[in-house]
Design a binder for this molecule. Structure first.
Ligand SMILES: [Zn+2]
Ligand SMILES: [Zn+2]
Length: 436
């Protein structure tokens, strides 16, 4: 087995290097570069000294003044083909916070214009924002289960998405539980209640249409059961085995292609059956037990239990993928660092030798029937909200909830200081707005 990460290079360097190598070998942007990138980004199957052969006979024309094709994905710069899927890892990590990896979140864009978010774990909302997609297109979320590392940023996406231009309710699908209190509807009804102060304070001030949750709870025991079917897209669910009754896995089928998201689960017979024939399959691949003990401070007893029984150990991940044989296997739910990646890789490779991505946040897959291209996104830190795609609706100012007199009377007099702002904006936009 060829290995690339002898030097402890971060994965994005490998991806970029592989892309460059592929390009210099004369591959076209859409064909063999992609193949070489799949090989390298899918972890460590090619090295600089082990270059993939170029399959294109085209000789590239270089120029000192012309830009070459990019080896990375820059949000909001590429069209999506009508028969193409683009998957972006907006969270690949753990419930414990770290800047490098948010918790589980997968943004899937389809060539028909539909976009789906699978899980919205803690910290993932800013990754979603980095993709610069208008929030009106990001109105569908599918939750695998109700651990915070899978839905902990739902409140953030709900409120900041509305403020950022989502002019419609946020639609959320998720499983029931073995009791009503353990189901998605209970969780989100109470999440909405927890946001009472936040939402009340926005009444009468901004476009109100986005501040609604549309909750679709379905039976967690449904077997390959259809939970969504619109616009040529079919999403099915089946049970996962993790922590308590309730978690599920999903498949999405569209245009002859199949995407699978396992959520968190011990390897199970339903995934083994329903995830077959997938173009890309995501399954958890937990931190290795030795790393859990030495780096994550688990006791050996807890590490064994959590790392192999509640979750899927890397060796078991490999076994699952050997059985279902996706066109691309995607592993997540481990801290992917220079000193952990090789260990995970060896363990997965002890049971699986097919196409593999050991994911990290901002990894991007472009999937067509002929090709799967893997790259890293390079994004702008300075994003502002993307445009609202419909005309903003002015709020009904009578809906504003006033301060009490006691609080209102504490205001310092700033009228003279603030009036020039009103004058400037009223003149520029032909308005007649007045201070409170
Ligand atoms: Zn979980
Ligand atoms: Zn998890």
């Amino acid at each position: 087995m060829k290995r690339v990460n002898h030097f402890g290079l971060p994965l994005f360097v490998l991806v970029f290097t592989a892309g460059l190598i592929g390009y210099l070998l004369g591959s076209s942007r859409d064909q063999s570069v992609q193949e070489s990138q799949v090989r390298a980004a899918s972890l460590n199957q090619a090295t600089a000294g082990d270059q993939p052969a170029a399959s294109s006979s085209k000789t590239p024309v270089y120029s000192p003044v012309k830009a070459r094709a990019r080896g990375f994905y820059a949000p909001n710069t590429e069209d999506l083909g009508p028969n193409e899927m683009r998957l972006i890892a907006c969270g690949t990590g753990m419930p414990t916070a770290r800047p490098k990896q948010a918790a589980s979140c997968w943004l899937l864009e389809l060539g028909n214009g539909d976009k789906f978010i699978f899980d919205v774990g803690t910290g993932s909302n800013e990754r979603i924002a980095a993709m610069q997609i208008p929030y009106n297109y990001l109105d569908k979320v599918f939750l695998s289960h109700l651990h915070t590392d899978h839905f902990g940023d739902l409140d953030a996406l709900f409120v900041s998405g509305a403020l950022g231009g989502r002019q419609k309710p946020l639609r959320v699908w998720g499983p029931s539980g073995d009791t009503p209190e353990r189901g998605t509807k209970y969780a989100l009804d109470h999440l909405r209640k927890a946001l009472t102060w936040d939402l009340d304070g926005r009444k009468g001030i901004t476009d109100p249409r986005g501040y609604h949750l549309e909750i679709h709870e379905f039976d967690y025991k449904g077997m390959n059961h259809i939970v969504y079917q619109e616009n040529g897209v079919t999403i099915r669910s089946w049970p996962a085995i993790h922590s308590l009754d309730g978690p599920v896995s999903y498949s999405l089928e569209w245009n002859g292609m199949k995407f699978v998201f396992g959520g968190d689960t011990y390897p199970n017979k339903w995934f083994d059956e329903y995830a077959r024939n997938s173009d890309l399959a995501i399954h958890e691949c937990f931190i290795s037990v030795p790393d859990m003990i030495t780096k994550f401070q688990f006791t050996p007893q807890s590490a064994l239990s959590v790392g192999t029984q509640i979750h899927t150990a890397p060796e078991a991940f490999g076994k699952v993928m050997s059985r279902i044989k996706p066109r691309m296997a995607v592993a997540y739910h481990f801290f992917n660092d220079y000193d952990t990646e090789t260990g995970i890789y060896e363990r997965v490779r002890s049971t699986y030798d097919g196409p593999l991505s050991l994911s990290i946040d901002y990894m991007v897959w472009n999937i067509t029937k002929d090709d799967i291209r893997v790259r890293m996104a390079v994004f702008d830190e300075d994003v502002w909200p993307p445009p609202a795609t419909e005309k903003p609706q002015l709020p009904d100012a009578t809906q504003r909830i006033p301060y009490s007199n006691e609080i209102r009377n504490g205001k310092l007099d700033m009228k003279n200081v603030l009036q020039p702002i009103y004058d400037e904006i009223n003149e520029k936009y032909k308005l007649n707005e007045k201070q409170d």
